[in-house]
Write a protein that binds this ligand. Structure first.
Ligand code: ADP
Ligand code: MG
Length: 414
């Protein structure tokens, strides 16, 4: 029988120090404890890790967690261990494989983190058969879908492993999946449609604005000057990152650092650590910056060019205001962004072209709309939001009013 509600609350408090669940966490944990496979779509910062870590502590056996990045696994490992959970990873950078395997076989691990390419190997299946498995948790589950924004072919190889343990429930987790991607995840991981739990996507403390780009360095300076707290600026290329970081450091007088995959890893780590510790730093970065960064007080996220999709936009802007305090997300777009995106589209193989094109069209819809940005965003994720949020540019400065003002100014200055 699944543990009682009392026992669950007790473990929540004793292991994690939390006095209650947030949002849909309790629904997800409930299903998992009853052995029901589930896909939980919960925004970044909603607390997805808890939905498998708590069952991992309560259930007999080991919870196997599939995660796409070594850095993410090690972050999770640190925080799990800090809570006294018996957790381990088996990655190429771990020196303690032997101890981990011994502990696993002896049934001493609550959590075992593993990369998809290793999880899908026959040797790993044999290893799992040597002890009791309580749960399969598949983190960043959108990676299994070609419809998702970050397809990883290795995720496709997980199904045979899961199917080899039909009695073990599956918990797929993702922050960003539109309707297509959700349906695909359910199919690819063999989870029934009734197992879908979607949390609200709204981030009411984020004020959205999307503006045409003219002189972007000047526009970004404006954003920085108006927002004294920490911020992230996403730029489309490494060269652009370097250039903007230099210009903005001079023009704003704020601490500004660059971050992109072309920098040596020591520099990246150093810049990231400085940003996390700072109360006023601006990080100019490519999208390489973000996954797994735990900084609750980011006050603004600005885009110097268009993101890849609405999912990407939501994920990147979602790094602002995790502490719930007022924050802003400003995108500066230009027609040339779309020209470049269309050129890239031509290079993609045909199977992906349709989904890529659709992604771009949805993004254009968000940029061009005169309706509430939040409403468009939330409808994209399948919600039925109110027509106006009152906290985005189109609500606060309705287009006809702007037009009327410009017209009035023209008339006045004539
Ligand atoms: P996600 O993976 O959904 O982005 P995380 O699992 O990393 O989110 O959790 C985000 C933060 O929320 C963490 O700091 C975590 O400790 C905190 N958190 C999770 N659940 C709760 C809860 N029930 N009460 C308070 N804080 C929570
Ligand atoms: Mg997570």
């Amino acid at each position: 029988a699944p543990p009682s509600a009392e026992r669950v609350r007790e473990a929540l408090q004793a292991t994690f120090g939390f006095s209650g669940f947030r949002g849909v966490q309790d629904q997800v944990v409930d299903r998992v404890l009853q052995g029901q496979s589930t896909l939980a779509v919960m925004p970044t910062g909603a607390g997805k890790s808890l939905t498998y870590q708590l069952p991992a502590v309560l259930l007999e056996g080991t919870c196997v967690v599939v995660s796409p990045l070594i850095a993410l696994m090690h972050d999770q490992l640190r925080s799990a261990r800090a809570n006294g959970i018996h957790a381990a990873t088996l990655t190429s950078v771990d020196a303690d494989w032997r101890e981990t395997l011994d502990a696993f076989r002896a049934g001493q691990l609550d959590l075992l983190y593993i990369a998809p390419e290793r999880a899908s190997q026959p040797a790993f299946r044999d290893l799992l058969a040597s002890t009791r498995i309580s749960l399969f948790a598949i983190d960043e589950a959108h990676c299994v879908s070609e419809w998702g924004h970050d397809f990883r072919p290795d995720y496709r190889l997980l199904k045979p492993l899961l199917d080899a343990f039909p009695q073990v429930p599956r918990l797929a987790l993702t922050a960003t999946a539109d309707r297509h991607t959700r349906a695909d995840i359910l199919t690819q991981l063999g989870i029934g449609e009734d197992g879908l739990i979607v949390a609200g996507f709204d981030r009411p403390n984020i004020r959205y604005a999307i503006r045409p780009r003219d002189s972007v360095a000047r526009q970004l300076k404006g954003v920085i000057d108006e927002n004294p707290g920490p911020g992230i600026i996403y730029a489309p290329t490494r060269a652009r990152v370097e250039q903007l970081a230099e210009t903005l450091a001079k023009s704003t007088g704020r601490p500004v650092l660059p971050y992109h995959a072309g920098l040596p890893s020591e520099v990246r780590q150093k810049n990231q650590a400085a940003f996390v510790a700072s109360e006023d730093m601006v990080m100019v970065a490519t999208v390489a910056f973000g996954m797994g960064i735990d900084k609750p007080d980011v006050r603004f996220v600005a885009h110097a060019g268009i993101p890849k999709s609405i999912e990407g936009y939501y994920q990147e802007t979602g790094r602002a205001g995790r502490d719930g305090d007022p924050s802003v997300a400003v995108m500066f777009w230009g027609a040339d962004d779309f020209a470049r995106a269309r050129m890239r589209l031509a290079e993609v193989d045909e199977a992906r072209q349709q989904s890529e094109r659709q992604r771009l069209e949805s993004l254009a819809g968000l940029i061009e709309t005169a309706d509430c940005r939040r409403a468009v965003l939330l409808r994209h994720f399948g919600e039925e939001p109110p027509a106006k949020c009152g906290n985005c540019d189109t609500c606060l400065e309705p287009v006809d009013v702007i037009d009327a003002t410009t017209l009035a100014q023209k008339l006045l200055s004539a």
